[in-house]
Every structure is written in structure tokens, then in C-alpha cells.
Ligand binder design. Structure first.
Ligand code: UD1
Ligand code: M6R
Length: 690
């Protein structure tokens, strides 16, 4: 959903052309999140000749604001058209400059320039704001501001923020306080805001300064000290980096993707913090007693805090497509490697006398509590929910604890029961999905042990759960989740192994699963060889309206997830159906035209699936059967159906292998049908609003 980015160069000469390129590239890195409009703000003149000013007549020129609906490239085009029309000098060099940028996913008001960000305090652009999240009390604030003479031009909730900043600033000046600082203004604004947000402020009253603050939505600061302008000296002390006034470049973003190509040194901004970038230093103020994302009173005096920088554990290559045409294609094909990283250091084979075990560093102190829990509850949305569903049978089998499933929004809608004796597992690739986050808050309030399974280190879910496991699948950019799904299942299988590790009777079963996990990357390499076969199948299905997928047992989840992939990217109706339910309704749909995939790989449900195939064939169903290698004749005696043969693995790991042909099918169908693979219509990568 919305993405924010800012770039501040301090004592480093940068031409306006370069500044624009950095801002545009930052926006391009945020594109994958989904958006429908974008905007930036840069300075008109060189603010270094304009000291901070209020009513002394030497106010610096208003910052320039460019906003456009549509994609980043239409924003870029419109900016350069404007540059030509206004004869803006692209070669003009700024020793210090603060620029901000935003991609917007429409929530309040249609996609249109007036609703895009930066949102402004008014015609002079005294205060500009880019915002992620939702301000829940914006209507009340708007009414108050209208009463004070402000006029609003957008339908957004965001517009109240810059206007409130101007109101606070003007009021301080009217009251004779001409030394009010940028952070004081923002702290006062924050006091009035309710909801979830990450914000960046820019102001002509505080040239070359930026303020970032957040509650709920993610925000990172990247710090790059320029060796060239520092005469080659390197600064490694984190606090020094934040406090010295050496030349540097600072980046703010809602997403590490937009920062990693510039620097790996980051500060993960925390809720309630106000980060002030001024004259090369970074100062942080924090509200005490912050009450969380739903607002509430806070203590009046924010305190100054010291924070250390951390290092981003990702590589620039992760955010490039390499030799692939699309991120989704790259992410499908890199699953042998992503699974290897997921498993690395966590599977212990032991010596000849030692048992094979798993080690999940983040959970070892909590396993006893989990084993004693009355119930394990899996919570997630979309693909993450499906991954949990795939892992449910093995979790029940190995842990001996009943496992229930919750789609996060449904749990919240009905305020389902969560007890202190429950262990609640939150599964989320991004770690910032709004429904899952709210379900986490709810489970915390109810006293349950909360375990996170996330891909994003430092994400809200990773930080707010009591413990958890990072799936370490690497950055996933395609909106359709692929490699995160397989890594999530692998992690949950390891979780089941860890919880059940003290049951002697199941040692043989556990060791077979551990061997299966070791071999999983190889099996994925093998199943990826079906790429051309899936492309041929996609050619056959290109004009279909609908595709049904029947699965059961371990592979009920595969049916749901396979259908979700086809639906979300190829924009073809597709439904995953529990095969056991076939005769209770779906059978009525079967005829010689509707394509149906039946998953019938070898496990305890195999014979039941054989019977499903027979019944479908008796009704002339148009079948595509997924079976284990060598089983074509058993699943489709006499021929007549299309068969996809996949390598056989330990039954509980089979969903990891079986989903791959569906991912390939969805990918090829999308390309052949001419749709956008990485940013499917109407969808966002991280669903940060309810
Ligand atoms: C950790 C290190 C890894 C290092 C390894 C060496 C991190 C992020 N991971 O990996 O770089 O190689 O030790 O032993 O520093 N957590 C949650 N909620 C979540 C996810 C994780 O609370 O949703 C917590 C865990 O309980 C743990 C910490 O985050 O305390 C790190 O989790 P994880 O990366 O899975 O731990 P390790 O695999 O041990
Ligand atoms: O980041 P999360 O795993 O919490 O996201 C949950 C869903 O929004 C996500 O899995 C969605 O269903 C994917 N686009 C599916 O490919």
C-alpha cells in the first residue's frame, strides 16, 4: 500500500537532476507494494541562503510539489515537462537539500493529483507531509481547522496533518514564540493524531530539515557517510554517526528496499519517536507512555533518546530481477535457495549416536510453555493463512495439541475466543498486515503466548510477538507470494518438530521429516523442471473462465493456494475445494468444459482421491491430475486426463513441492493473458489498512 521515501544530502554537493533521480528511484523501489498515484517535493531555491524564518520577511520560496495519478513514470514525465515549462535548472547544485516522495494507495478519495501526497498546509506549502496509514480522528480535526479558516482541497485524511502543523506554528509565533522548533511543532501535531501512521514532514520554515515520526506503520532511517567528502575516514560508531555533523546522505523510507542500494546502516524508528534531521545530526525525541496505535493521552514531556544503528541483512541483488522478466518468476525459481536459507543452521543431523533435531533459536526458551498450552491457534491472511493450513496436520500430529485456524479479519469480526492458555501463531510475510496486527493486539490483550512467523526482521509483528521465527526467505517483491509460502511451511514443520521433540515414540517419524527437509531444495529444483510443461498447460487454459482445484489432507491448502495464485495474477476465476466436500455441492459444476485439477499425490488420502477422480471422470470431467512420479497409470487408468507428475517427498512436506507447478501455471497464464505479473490489478503487497 502507500510507500514513503525521503532523501536529505548534507554538506554533499548534489545537482537537482541527481536529487530527482534518487527520489524517483526510491519510489520505483516502493512500486511493488501497490499504488495508484505518486508525488514528490523538492526545493525551488537554494535554502542555504535562507535561514529559518517566520515573520521576518525573509521566508524562503515555497517548495515545489509535483503530484500525479497513475504510475511513477507518468509522474517522472510530468515533472520533466514542468521543468522545461518553468525553465527549472536541473544542473543547479545544492550542498544541502531535503526532498520527500510518496506512492499512494487510495483509501480516502479517488486517485487524483489533489488527493496524492505530499499533502500541503496551503498555497505557500509552509508544511508538507507524506503519510502511510490512516488518521482515524481526521473528521474532528478537519472541522476544527475549518473553523480556524483553513480550506481543504482533498478528500484525504492526511490533509489535516500539514494544516495542523501550520496552525501550531502560526499560533506559537502569534504568541511570540519565534524559536519554536520543527520537532516541537510535530510533537504538538502528534498529540492530536489518532490512528496508525508513519509521517515525514518538510517545511519552508525549517529549510533543509526533515522530521519523521510514526505510530503503527513502519519507518526506517538509512545513514550514509560519504567517504569521498570525509577525506576517506570511516565512521563506525553508531551513536557518532547519528550525532556528528559530517557530510552525509540520509534516507527515510517505509521499506528497506528503497534504502539498501544506498546504505545498509539503518535505524528502525520506533512508535512514538520523532526523528529530527538537522544540520547533519539526527536527534530523537520520544513520547513516554505511548498508548499504542489507537491513540490516547500521553505524558506531556517527550524525552530525548539515544539509539544505535543496525545493519540491514539484505543484498542489493535481492531487489533486482537479475536475468528474469518478472519478480514473481525470479521468486518462483529461487525457491531452492530461499528454502536453503530458511533451513540453514536449524536442522541438526547429529552423529551416529545422536538424534536428528531442529534448533529454532528464537523459540527454545518458550517450547515448554507451548507444549503445555491448551490449544495452538494459527492466524494469518491470504497465502500466509494457507501456509498455516498446510502445516496444521503435522503440527497436530507431532505436538499432540489441538490446532485451530483463524483468518485474522474473521477472528476480529466475531471477537473469537482467545485464552491465556493458548499459543497463538501469527503468520505474515510482511509482518505488517493490518488485520493480522490487530489480531495480535487482541491476543496480547487476552494474555495468550504470541509467536510470530515473519519474513521481515524488525517488522511490527516480529517486534510485538513474545517470540518467533524469521523465515529468512529473502525479500519478496512480487505481490503474489511464492517463496515466502514454501519457507513458511518449512518453518512451521520445524516448529512442529521442535514442539514434539520430547516424544520418543515419534522419533523415527521426526527423523524422516528432518531428512525430507534436508532434501527439499533438491526436490524443488526437480519440480521446477516442469516450467515448460506448465507453460504448455497455460496455453491450453488461456481462454478459460474458471479453474477448480480439488485437494484434501495435507493438500487442501495446496488447492486453496493454487487457486489463489491463478485468481490474483492471471485474473481467472479459480476455486480451491476440499475434495471431501465434492458431493455436497461442487459436483454440480462438473461437465466436459470446466477444467479441474485434482491433487492426488501419495499420502494417506491417496485412495480417496483416486475415487474422486473416478467420480469426476464418470461425469466427463475435464481433468488435470497432479500425482507422484510414476503414478500416472494409477491415477488415470486408460488415459484421458492430463497428468502432472511431481517428485514424492515426506507426506507433510508434499505441499511445498505441489504448489510449485501452480505457481508456474499462474505465472505463465498471466503473461499469456497479457496482465501485470508483479502488480496485479487492485492488489497491494502489504495490506496495511483494514
Ligand atoms: C538469530 C539471528 C541470525 C543469527 C542466528 C545465530 C536475527 C534476526 N537472527 O537467528 O542472524 O545468524 O541467530 O544464532 O538476528 N522473533 C519474534 N517474532 C517473530 C520473529 C522472530 O519475536 O515474528 C524473535 C525470536 O524469538 C528471536 C529473534 O526474533 O528472539 C530472532 O529470531 P530468528 O531470526 O528466527 O532467530 P535465529 O534463527 O536464532
Ligand atoms: O504479508 P502477509 O503475509 O501478512 O500478507 C497476507 C496476504 O495479504 C498475502 O499473503 C496475499 O494473500 C498475497 N498477495 C497472496 O499472494
Amino acid at each position: 500500500m502507500c510507500g514513503i521515501f525521503a532523501y536529505l544530502n548534507y554538506n554533499v554537493n548534489r545537482e537537482r537532476r541527481h536529487i530527482l533521480q534518487v527520489l524517483f528511484n526510491g519510489l520505483r523501489r516502493l512500486e511493488y507494494r501497490g499504488y495508484d498515484s505518486a508525488g514528490i517535493s523538492i526545493d525551488d531555491g537554494d535554502f542555504s541562503s535562507f535561514p529559518r524564518s517566520s515573520s521576518d520577511g525573509s521566508l524562503s520560496p515555497p517548495p515545489l510539489v509535483f503530484r500525479q495519478e497513475g504510475n511513477i513514470e507518468s509522474l517522472v514525465k510530468s515533472v520533466y515537462q514542468e521543468v522545461v515549462a518553468t525553465e527549472l535548472n536541473l544542473e543547479k547544485s545544492f550542498t544541502t537539500h531535503a526532498g520527500i516522495a510518496h506512492t499512494r494507495w487510495a483509501t480516502h478519495g479517488e486517485p487524483a493529483p489533489r488527493n496524492s501526497h505530499p499533502q500541503t498546509s496551503g498555497s505557500g506549502n509552509d508544511f508538507l507531509v507524506v503519510h502511510n496509514g490512516v488518521i482515524t480522528n481526521y473528521e474532528v480535526l478537519k472541522e476544527t481547522l475549518v473553523r480556524h479558516g483553513f480550506t481543504f482541497e482533498s478528500e484525504t485524511d492526511t490533509e489535516v496533518i500539514p494544516k495542523l502543523a501550520k496552525f501550531v506554528f502560526d499560533k506559537a509565533n502569534e504568541e511570540g514564540d519565534q524559536t519554536v522548533t520543527f520537532s516541537q511543532v510535530v510533537l504538538e501535531v502528534m498529540r492530536h493524531l489518532e490512528g496508525a501512521y508513519a509521517l515525514i514532514f518538510k517545511s519552508r520554515h525549517y529549510p533543509n530539515e526533515l522530521i519523521a515520526c510514526k505510530r503503527g506503520s513502519p519507518l526506517l532511517l538509512g545513514v550514509k557517510e560519504n567517504d569521498d567528502v570525509c577525506n576517506g575516514s570511516a565512521f563506525h560508531d553508531a551513536k557518532f554517526l547519528l550525532q556528528n555533523s559530517n557530510p552525509k546522505e540520509l534516507f527515510l523510507s517505509s521499506d528497506a528496499n528503497a534504502i539498501v542500494e544506498h546504505t545498509k546502516k539503518v535505524l528502525v524508528i520506533e512508535d512514538g519517536e520523532v526523528v529530527h534531521l538537522k544540520e547533519g545530526t539526527v536527534s530523537i525525541l520520544k513520547f513516554n507512555n505511548d498508548k499504542g496505535r489507537n491513540g490516547g493521552s500521553r505524558s506531556a514531556r517527550p524525552a530525548s533518546v539515544q539509539r544505535a544503528l543496525s545493519t540491514l541483512e539484505m543484498e542489493v541483488e535481492q531487489i533486482n530481477k537479475g536475468t528474469y522478466k518478472h519478480y514473481m518468476q525470479k521468486e518462483i525459481h529461487e525457491q531452492p535457495e530461499s528454502l536453503t536459507t530458511t533451513l540453514r543452521g536449524r536442522l541438526l543431523r547429529g552423529g551416529s549416536w545422536k538424534a536428528k533435531t531442529v534448533l529454532l533459536g528464537g523459540l527454545k526458551d518458550h517450547l515448554k510453555t507451548i507444549r503445555r498450552s491448551r490449544r495452538i491457534v494459527f492466524i494469518g491472511c491470504g497465502t500466509s493463512y494457507n501456509a498455516a493450513l498446510a502445516a496444521r496436520p503435522i503440527m497436530e500430529e507431532l505436538s499432540g495439541v489441538p490446532v485451530t485456524m483463524e483468518i485474522a479479519s474473521d477472528l476480529l469480526d466475531r471477537q473469537g475466543l482467545i485464552y491465556r492458555e493458548d499459543t497463538v501463531v501469527f503468520v505474515s510475510q510482511s509482518g505488517e498486515t493490518a488485520d493480522t496486527l490487530l489480531a495480535l493486539e487482541y491476543a496480547l490483550e487476552n494474555g495468550a503466548l504470541c509467536v510470530g512467523i515473519t519474513n521481515t526482521v524488525g517488522s511490527v509483528i516480529a517486534r510485538n510477538t513474545h517470540c518467533g521465527v524469521h523465515i529468512n526467505a529473502g525479500c519478496e517483491i512480487g505481490v503474489a507470494s511464492t517463496k515466502a509460502y514454501t519457507s513458511q511451511i518449512a518453518v512451521m514443520a520445524m516448529l512442529a518438530l521442535a514442539i514434539g521433540a520430547d516424544t520418543i515414540s515419534k522419533q523415527e517419524r521426526r527423523e524422516a521429516i528432518i531428512d525430507g527437509l534436508f532434501d527439499l531444495p533438491n526436490k524443488i529444483r526437480e519440480v521446477l523442471k516442469l516450467d515448460q510443461e506448465m507453460k504448455d498447460l497455460a496455453k491450453l487454459l488461456i481462454a478459460e473462465q474458471s479453474l477448480l482445484v480439488f485437494g484434501r489432507g495435507y493438500n487442501y491448502a495446496t488447492a486453496l493456494e493454487g487457486a489463489l495464485k491463478v485468481k490474483e495474477v492471471a485474473l481467472m476465476h479459480s476455486e480451491g475445494i476440499l475434495a471431501g466436500e465434492m458431493k455436497h455441492g461442487p459436483l454440480a459444476l462438473v461437465d466436459e468444459n470446466l477444467p479441474i485439477v485434482v491433487i492426488a499425490t501419495r499420502d494417506a488420502c491417496f485412495s480417496k482421491q483416486q475415487s474422486v477422480i473416478q467420480q469426476l471422470r464418470a461425469r466427463k470431467g475435464r481433468l488435470i491430475v497432479m500425482c507422484s512420479k510414476g503414478d500416472a497409470a494409477s491415477v488415470c487408468p486408460g488415459g484421458g486426463c492430463r497428468v502432472i507428475e511431481v517428485p514424492q517427498v515426506e507426506d507433510c512436506l508434499q505441499p511445498v513441492v505441489n504448489i510449485v507447478p501452480f505457481q508456474l501455471l499462474a505465472y505463465h497464464l498471466t503473461v499469456l493473458r497479457g496482465y501485470n505479473v508483479d502488480q496485479p490489478r487492485n492488489l497491494a503487497k502489504s495490506v496495511t489498512t483494514q
